[in-house]
Design a protein around this ligand. Sequence first.
Ligand SMILES: Cc1ncc(COP(=O)(O)O)c(C=O)c1O
Length: 390
Amino acid sequence: MSDTRREEFLAFHRPSIGEEEIAEVADTLRSGWLTLGPKTARFEEKFAERVGARHAVGLSSCTAALHLSFEALGIGPGDEVITCPYTFPATVASILYTGATPVLADSLAGYPNIDPESVAARVTERTRAIVPIHFAGAPCEMDALQSIADGADAVIVEDAAHALPAAYKGRSIGSIGRTTCFSLYAGKNITTGEGGMLTTDDDDVAAAVRMRRLHGMSRDAWKRYSSAGSWYYEIHALGFKYNMTDINAAIGLHQLDRLDEFQERRVRLVGLYNEALESVPGIRLPEPPGEIESAWHLYVVGLDPDRVAVPRDQVIEMLREDNIGTSVHFIPAHHHPYFQERLGWREDDCPNASALYRSAVSMPLFPAMDDGDVIAAASSLERIVRENLR
Ligand SMILES: Cc1ncc(COP(=O)(O)O)c(C=O)c1O
């Protein structure tokens, strides 16, 4: 047994759910109004205010937010959407749902975010949207991407699943792209259990998304069972069942109140990791480029294959033996068999993304960790790397 092994398993992630969230859920259950309703509306208002957007629309997931962004923008068969493979498969799947063709631009050489030069090289007359993913909460180079989008007559749909709260050149993520799509999944910086939020300044897009999240029903159809409502509705578009529920919004209302407290804690824990690991050879610290403030959703180190003599997967196994939970973000989209078969993608299509993936280890990072947890996780990683240096 190693001398850095922890007694208790340190999970990769644990959500911070307090008594306020629990009481609000109980209140919702007692209220008799369980699904889309007044608490979702309150949560949307608070969320929009927080990120500085005109509209926030509560949805069942970030995947739904991406899909409805494309639907609302009229993107479909024959159109191309440029995105980056360094993401969760949902980004690519949501483009395919519409019948449009996803086109991959590579990551930057030293960081998983999309490389604007690679985007520019992939623009065609069919390009309708660019979808940057703010990896680990670090905003992409939005000015460069916006000028490429403007030149191509395309729009930006941001995959901000990781990026609450984050800022690019002082502007809050959620207030920049035509739409911005946040995830409120259990593992995200704030959670509603499952959920997503779409923000936009575009009144027409917001109305189209609101309609399509609930079957394409005429406006405010959710009120039809309240005293303010009417039984009558009309279908005005092909819709989906993508609405948020008030049970989920009840959790989100109080998570949002705690966002600054959570973020302060994340920044401190990242500082501790950096201090503990900066002088360890063979480890590349996460250093997002640009004039940004990261949400620090993830702490992903890179193992230098020229210095660390064991494969990344074995390092993860050794961390598990030390009782440290880890993960890998992400298996790039062009490595997945389904996308390869359907779209003809190959593993050498995006070399920067592939190289980053092969060296990546995501360390535990969540606000309920104490300083000692970070020290223990960093000590294990340091021991494993030092014992296996070339
Ligand atoms: C980058 C990215 N995009 C999209 C998603 C999808 O989010 P959701 O699970 O809320 O649909 C995730 C979820 O992990 C993600 O990490």
